[in-house]
Design a binder for this molecule. Structure first.
Ligand code: AKB
Length: 316
């Protein structure tokens, strides 16, 4: 029997593309998209959509009962840059929404959860290159704290209550459909839009700030693969390290210049620089590759070519 899925935060950067993919896999009517507002609704409205506040336990519960939901993808969150501006809101949304779905699974109202963590769980005391799966996690952002604590709760609910919760630590995600909002890695999306629109970009991170990144198709592949894996393949119930490519603003600018020699980049670091400086530059994801056969498809060149092709169509 096909599973009945609820996506919370379906109108965000990842939620929109995840909705499309899950509808391809499970059938349009088996995937209920939800969000607190209707931004980007054009990207998810080819199927059922409900307005849903991720902080409202009863609303989520009612939605799960009404639609016979067995699997929830909780994509709603305040990201790293916005979280620094609104710390209590970030704590409130990121933690309470997670507890709501964990408690629904504990009460056997739903069977399975996907909850994304992030490279933001790491901090300045973490080994920066090839960051191991199990290592020091002393995040310095509110967002990172919520993700680190969330990981602990996921593992706890799995170990103590038998909840089937699965998670990956997303790096920065690059895509051409919905824009990201409020992250430190957002520059790597904005740069492509500005390249096509203006032929130039002013980066809010400095030239040599190297961060782990991934093309959206790979992020969606990782998400659907971990959720399709059998229970015994999932050995880590906090969150899996996940890696594809690492690059600096200078590297991405050079890859754009290979396709558009006239492209110009300048640098004006802002408060997001300190956040980026606290994160790893590359990630060791051996466990994900071994446990559920994760592999990525896009390198920087392939991603740049695809981004520029798609954005040229969008802005023509
Ligand atoms: C952010 O920059 O806050 C996010 C993330 C790395 O989780 N993209």
């Amino acid at each position: 029997m096909s599973s009945k899925i609820l996506i919370i935060g379906a109108c965000g950067q990842i939620g929109t593309e995840l909705t499309t993919k899950l509808r391809e896999i499970h059938g349009v009517n088996n995937v209920i998209a939800s969000d607190i507002n209707t931004r980007n609704l054009d990207l998810v409205n080819a199927g059922p959509f409900v307005i849903l506040d991720a902080k409202n336990f009863n609303a989520i519960k009612d939605c799960c009962i009404n639609h016979n939901i067995d699997t929830v993808y909780l994509m709603a969150a305040l990201l790293s840059a916005t979280g620094e501006k609104y710390p209590m809101e970030a704590w409130d949304l990121n933690m309470n929404s997670l507890f709501h779905v964990l408690n629904l699974a504990k009460d056997r109202q739903i069977k399975k959860i996907f909850w994304p963590s992030s490279i933001a769980v790491f901090g300045p005391t973490t080994p920066r290159e090839n960051t191991p799966q199990h290592t020091v996690c002393e995040p310095t952002t509110v967002y990172g704290i919520t993700k680190q604590v969330g990981e602990r709760w996921c593992e706890y609910y799995h170990d103590i209550y038998g909840v089937d919760v699965r998670s990956i630590r997303y790096p920065g995600i690059i895509s051409h459909k919905a824009m990201p909002g409020g992250g430190t890695t957002d520059y790597a999306v904005e740069i492509y839009h500005q390249a096509i629109k203006e032929g130039k970009y002013e980066s809010f991170l400095s030239e040599n700030t190297k961060l782990p990144m991934m093309f959206m198709d790979d992020a969606i592949k990782a998400t659907t693969t971990i959720m399709a894996a059998s229970k015994d393949q999932i050995k880590i119930r906090s969150s899996y390290n996940l890696s594809a490519i690492s690059f600096t603003p200078n590297d991405i600018a050079n890859s754009i210049k290979e396709e558009m020699p006239e492209f110009k980049i300048s640098y004006k670091p802002d408060f997001r620089q300190a956040i980026a400086d606290s994160w790893p530059s590359s990630i060791d994801d051996t466990a994900a590759r071994k446990d559920w056969n994760w592999s990525h498809d896009f390198d920087l060149k392939k991603m740049t070519q695809e981004m520029l092709i798609q954005l040229k169509k969008k802005y023509k």
